[in-house]
Design a protein around this ligand. Structure first.
Ligand code: GLN
Length: 238
């Protein structure tokens, strides 16, 4: 990014995956950039649009089981977007958004559906829905604890070589553990994709994660923001 260029934030399919208010992650990224004097624009990409491939960051949110299968099909019909997510952009994918980027998803009748295969994970339904608050420790240095709200039945298995975004302290997260350990995992972390089960929106509740994404996409060391009540608000969850 050149110093005077506008950062493009691609908000993918809020009309399909907008159930859990994860669209707020776009607002958080844009506003935290603007507060630092960096221009930002949110490109809202609906199911009727041809997605631009030049965004610095793409955001996918959570949604219902049927909606997420539609979203997976839509993404498959736009392979140029998948290529951008794989090679040039950073992507934050939440819950259903995370699940559809994996190898496969299984429904409650045992039927398998293909994912986008950008992540080496698989998701299948657990015995019961996980609904409630989650706290995890984030694997990204300096980010610390993550908090959020989960509401999903999917249990996600990370195949060998795929790193988790963090370890669960309380709540369910992925619903699986690091092999051979009792450390329960939350989310997925690769060079370009951050996946998580945390709603909130997650970037509103975890500004350090928002700034990590912004650092990655701008290449800039961003000055800390002094926001009244932010620390107190976080403290209510930790
Ligand atoms: N439908 C998916 C599940 O229940 C995702 C739910 C969500 O996005 N919160 O696992």
């Amino acid at each position: 990014m050149s110093p005077d260029s506008t950062v493009a934030i691609g908000l993918l399919l809020p009309d399909v995956l907008g159930t859990y208010s994860d669209t707020g992650n776009a607002t958080i990224l844009a506003q935290r950039l603007r507060w630092r004097g960096i221009p930002a624009e949110i490109l809202t990409i609906t199911a009727r649009d041809i997605p631009p491939t030049s965004c610095s960051v793409y955001l996918l949110g959570g949604g219902e089981d049927t909606a997420q299968l539609f979203a997976a099909d839509w993404l498959r019909r736009h392979p140029e977007l998948g290529l951008a997510m794989e090679t040039s952009a950073v992507t934050l994918a939440v819950c259903a958004g995370l699940q559809i980027l994996g190898q496969s998803m299984t429904d409650t009748r045992g039927k398998h559906y293909p994912g986008l295969e950008l992540l080496d994970i698989t998701t299948a339904p657990g015995r019961q829905r996980s609904v409630g608050e989650v706290i995890s420790t984030c694997a990204i240095p300096g980010v610390g604890s993550l908090t959020g709200f989960e509401n999903h039945r999917g249990i996600t298995t990370l195949n060998p070589g795929t790193a988790a975004l963090g370890r669960v302290i309380s709540g369910t997260g992925n619903g699986t553990s690091e092999p051979g350990t009792r450390h329960r995992t939350e989310g997925v972390l690769t060079e370009r994709i951050i996946g998580t089960y945390l709603h909130g929106p997650v970037l509103a509740r975890n500004p350090a994660l928002a700034d990590h994404i912004l650092h990655k996409i701008t290449g800039q060391t961003l000055a800390p923001l002094e926001l009244p009540d932010q620390a107190a608000l976080r403290a209510t969850y930790l």
